[in-house]
Design a protein around this ligand. Sequence first.
Ligand SMILES: NC(=O)c1ccc[n+]([C@@H]2O[C@H](COP(=O)([O-])OP(=O)(O)OC[C@H]3O[C@@H](n4cnc5c(N)ncnc54)[C@H](O)[C@@H]3O)[C@@H](O)[C@H]2O)c1
Length: 387
Amino acid sequence: MAEKMDAKLDYNVKAEKKVDSSKKLRVGIIGCGWIAGAHIDSYKRMADVEVVAGCDLIPGKAEKFFADNGVTGVKTDYASHKEMLDDESLELDAVSVCTYNRQHAVPAIYALKKGINVLLEKPFTVTLDEAIDVMKAEKESGKILSIGFQPRLDANMQMIKKIVDSGELGKVYYIQTGGGRRRGIPTPFGTTFIEDETAGLGALADIGCYSLDMVLNAVGYPKPLTVTGYKSDFFGKDPATYPGHPEYAEKFGVDDFAAAFVRLEGGIILDFRIAWAMNIDTPGDTIILGTKAGLRIPSTDCWNGSVGGPMKIYKTIGGVDMETTVPIINESGSLFDKKIRSFLDAVKYNGKAPVPSSQIIYNQAILDGIARSARAGREVEITIPEI
Ligand SMILES: NC(=O)c1ccc[n+]([C@@H]2O[C@H](COP(=O)([O-])OP(=O)(O)OC[C@H]3O[C@@H](n4cnc5c(N)ncnc54)[C@H](O)[C@@H]3O)[C@@H](O)[C@H]2O)c1
């Protein structure tokens, strides 16, 4: 099912296409599954957006999706993303790529080569090579590519970065991150998250990418150098995990747990673990250790890239151990709206991608490194070419 990428395809590059900010933005949706619902909800709330097209590989799914969401006048008679992106009459300014992981790179590259701005759902891709190909297309097109990490826009997440940037922690040298669910393999809508040919990676990419972004963004996305990784699938392969659907165990082709030890540029060690299923309440909070202070970020039950409670800063002043509580910031407004709005504003006003590929390539390199190391059974180096 995963389509092979062909860099030699004639994409009819339209890099010179500019957005007229006085007009409504013309948006398309590629992949009309579960997360596309969150995209359409947000687009519906944006007065300067017209969703003009949508497509899905499953016949009739896009049409039903827009009808169910009460959006009319949307063109959906496309058998694939290619047919939709080839339709010049749509005059698309941007697309949301809401396909499963194995189909992130192909439509994103095709859209960029067509001169269309792309909001690509997380994780960036499955492999590092795919992410590099998407970045090459982004660079050639001059268009905006933003990766869908909405937790970045949460005030509590931003507080973590503010604390690190303030210098309060001193030099950061060790980070422990990750989290997980006791039982939470995502199969409520079918098996696209657990099959290798659609998902490619399991918990590692699905929720692991969030916990990596939480800490890497805070410390300025240092380059990853080496990784020792581990993956397992004990719960995913057990029929008892799926009451009513024991056949899912056969289909399970990804990881339900991953752990890694990563060396980052600047002498930072990253200790990581993530689980869709495990026999413990939490594999630990996120901690960031610095030479002047340490920060504890409580984990959540369902690890989805959020702060689980008030954070604490640990410091010793004049020989006295002290703790400062960082209260939870309660903000109104949907993070998804913020994600979509920040992307659209970048498109409209020639801004920069809110979550740029130049950072997320390091996140992807770590996911890819963990998968490679787990396969090889030893530490591997991470090499990212100049793009
Ligand atoms: N940001 C978030 O909070 C969040 C939450 C859930 C999922 N996601 C991400 O969104 C992606 C999709 O997740 P989902 O739950 O919607 O999956 P899903 O399986 O419900 O939907 C994906 C849809 O994409 C379609 N599709 C695949 N390749 C296509 C192509 N080339 N052209 C047209 N349609 C294509 C499939 O047929 C399917 O209907 C995943 O990568 C996931 O990690 C993000």
